[in-house]
Design a protein around this ligand. Structure first.
Ligand code: 5AD
Ligand code: SF4
Length: 442
């Protein structure tokens, strides 16, 4: 009889990609993808702990599995990823949800198959959260079942050394470790041969690729330059960049290579130097603005996005206004705004002057509204320009795809010749309506 799996994925692109690895491990063991958790023989929760809201949601979803387990005694429930990597979390989870069968952390995804075999043999709780980060040797050798046939993620490094004072990532993902360039080149070439069109290089802080001395001297700019010179019609993206070490060399490489996306995500986090210092971001606003100036000079059509935290401990009304002013001045195409969330074990957890929830709510609401107006104007201004769009689907009226910054573009079939899905087209933007770009391909 067929066996089915269902994976819940929370959090960042790194987790989305790790889910593709978990799926690969399960499919190697003859499991097939289930349409829903209700019809699965094994349910995996690939978790995130970046903010408390993520954890609350996950705990709610795990709780909701209890009745399924009651109905089907053989149902296997596994929890993995960043949330379970936290100290004592495995034991806490088991206490709260005794029906969980397997817990493992973010460091040992590639051993999931072994843990599953062990559980099937013994039918006893498997708890395998390990601190050892030596997995990098193995992780890239496992089968990956990718979710999408056009867009592919490729890990170039794991972990983070930055210890921003609000962030739990360095505690759960460990220190930076870069993959060997040859392995990355091999994987990207394979993906291109398989027909993938957009390759996104992933790391918590891609600009420090190679700083751990494990890449035979290849730095991020070189890595990007080499891949951008591979044959084929594709687009190369990367995330996430840290403003403190985005080099001039990288800007040069981005500017000269057509295949490198002209859309950049560059988290600023706050607009006040005092707050940036308290966050341990290692740059000030002058440096950030200077970077943006250099990027815009070198790449005039660049689109920028950012992450911002409001309500960091000690953030005064004046500090918050500095963030608003920065957002108004830079004009990002998109900004992901978060309310500061206290994370256990981080430095900011112990800081005084925590900002009350109602103030954080007010600030996020206000900033999102300001950003919405800016985004709308910028996308309206795209009307008349030519944008490269990758077509993904069609309906009776439109071909539908995305432009480089991720915005959906619809091309009316009424005034366009027949187009192929899975291909790039240069598209003239003729309107911006209901949050979508409307285009024409001549
Ligand atoms: N609270 C709120 N937002 C956070 N981020 C990271 N840690 C926290 C936290 N404790 C945000 C940062 C980061 C993004 C991925 O999540 O803006 O860039
Ligand atoms: Fe967290 Fe800062 Fe590392 Fe990003 S750079 S993962 S925000 S510690």
């Amino acid at each position: 009889m067929d066996k089915f799996y269902y994976i819940y994925t929370y959090g960042c692109q790194m987790n989305v990609h790790e889910t593709e690895k978990l799926a690969g491990i399960l499919e190697k063991r003859d499991y097939k993808r289930a349409e829903s958790a209700e019809t699965a023989d094994i349910i995996v929760f690939n978790t995130c702990c970046i903010r408390e809201s993520a954890e609350q949601k996950i705990l709610g979803n795990i709780g909701a599995v209890k009745p399924l387990k009651k109905k089907n005694k053989n149902l296997i429930v596994a929890v993995c990823g960043c949330m379970s990597q936290q100290k004592e979390m495995a034991a806490n989870l088991k206490k709260k949800f005794p029906f969980i069968d397997i817990v493992f952390g973010a460091n040992n995804v590639e051993f999931f198959g072994e843990y599953l075999d062990e559980f099937l043999k013994q039918r006893k709780f498997v708890n395998q959260v390990i601190d050892d980060k030596s997995y990098i040797e193995n992780i890239d050798k496992i089968n990956v079942v990718r979710d999408n046939s056009l867009y592919a993620y490729v890990n170039i490094m794991y972990g983070c050394n930055n210890f921003c004072t609000y962030c739990i990532v360095p505690y759960v993902r460990g220190r930076e470790k870069s993959r060997k360039p040859q392995e990355i080149y091999g994987e990207v070439k394979n993906l291109l041969a398989m027909g993938y069109k957009v390759v996104t290089l992933l790391g918590q802080n891609v600009n420090s690729y190679g700083l751990d001395d494990s890449t035979d001297g290849v730095d991020f700019a070189q890595l990007l330059d080499t891949i951008a010179n591979f044959d084929g019609d594709f687009e190369l993206r990367f995330m996430t960049s840290h403003p403190k070490d985005l080099s001039d060399k990288l800007i040069e490489v981005m500017a000269k290579n057509d295949k490198i996306s002209k859309s950049l995500h560059l988290p600023v986090q706050a607009g006040s130097d005092k707050v940036l210092k308290a966050m341990n971001r290692s740059y000030n606003i002058t440096h950030y603005k200077n970077l943006i100036k250099k990027l815009r000079q070198a790449i005039p059509n660049i689109t920028l996005s950012t992450d911002i935290i409001v309500g960091f401990p000690g953030e005064t009304e004046q500090d918050y206004q500095a963030t608003v002013d920065l957002v108004k001045e830079i004009k990002f195409h998109n900004a992901f705004v978060f309310m500061y969330s206290k994370r256990k074990g981080t430095i900011a957890e112990k800081m005084e002057d925590q900002v009350p929830l109602n103030v954080k709510r007010e600030r996020i609401h206000n900033l999102l509204q300001i950003q919405h107006e800016i985004s709308t104007k910028l996308f309206e201004n795209m009307v008349g320009s030519t944008q490269r769009v990758l077509l993904e689907q069609e309906n009776n009226l439109y071909y539908i795809g995305k432009v480089q910054c991720g915005k959906v573009a619809k091309i009316s079939k009424a005034n366009t010749k027949k187009l192929d899905l899975g291909k790039f087209y240069d598209c003239t933007i003729i309107d911006y309506k209901n949050g979508n770009l409307i285009g024409r391909v001549d």
